[in-house]
Write a protein that binds this ligand. Sequence first.
Ligand SMILES: Nc1ncnc2c1ncn2[C@@H]1O[C@H](COP(=O)(O)OP(=O)(O)OP(=O)(O)O)[C@@H](O)[C@H]1O
Ligand SMILES: [Mg+2]
Length: 269
Amino acid sequence: MTAGVDRGMTRFAGSDGNFCGMELSKPAVAARKLTKVYGAGEARVLALDSVDVDFAAACFTAIMGPSGSGKSTLLNLLAGLDAPTSGSVQLGGKDLTGLGDNELTAWRRTHVGFVFQAFNLLPMLTAAQNIRLPLDLAGDKLDREWWDTVVDTLALRDRLNHRPSEMSGGQRQRVALARGLITRPDVIFADEPTGNLDTRSGFEVLSFLRRSVRELGQSVVMVTHDPAAAAYAERVILLADGRLAGEILHPSKEAVLAALDELTTLVNV
Ligand SMILES: Nc1ncnc2c1ncn2[C@@H]1O[C@H](COP(=O)(O)OP(=O)(O)OP(=O)(O)O)[C@@H](O)[C@H]1O
Ligand SMILES: [Mg+2]
């Protein structure tokens, strides 16, 4: 049993991993004319400028772009962690922008997984308690089979009774990922999930994200600065000055580097 089978998505998960064709599926998350303005008057910043973008289900998408281009803003709006100034976000077939605060919180708990760069684990809870926290908050029962899949795939079995302070950075990040996965969300959003990790731990996390897409039908949207990390994705979206500036399908590290170079040149002109 996998999440992919549950949602009828495995037909897209070919062994070559090339299943991000938008025509094949309804998007897991879609933004329409998404706009975010911070501040007012002289301090006004147009962080996102009428962005239209779809993210296919069972696809691993990376978001890249220069610092300040709006990547975290986009991720936060897509995940319903912040409200847009205008425009809409559809996630799991629901318009998030139409929901009230309580409804949104409840929806997010079961449909969205968010992996923060700083992990955001609760220090007094063990790894096991941190992982099951979203289920406990939502009052949902633990699916033992799914728990075993997540815990074993992330190689956390022998760390379940440890507190975050007793774990390495890579292990903490894997606990944060497990917490994001445990509710089987429609989409996992990750903001620089490898930013704090050494190369080996970063590789473990990226490999897991890719496997969760290919083998479990998970949809993943990840912000990263690292072209090598972006090359794990099946699609890269480029942002510049709060707008979509390009897209790379089946990216290689070299293709990502070249696109970023071009983008920086354009932005600096
Ligand atoms: N809470 C805020 N108040 C005011 N301005 C903000 C706020 N958050 C972000 N901004 C501004 O919005 C723009 C986009 O910020 P955002 O954090 O989305 O960029 P980013 O692409 O994630 O950058 P980085 O790569 O440095 O993380 C920036 O100009 C930033 O200064
Ligand atoms: Mg950011």
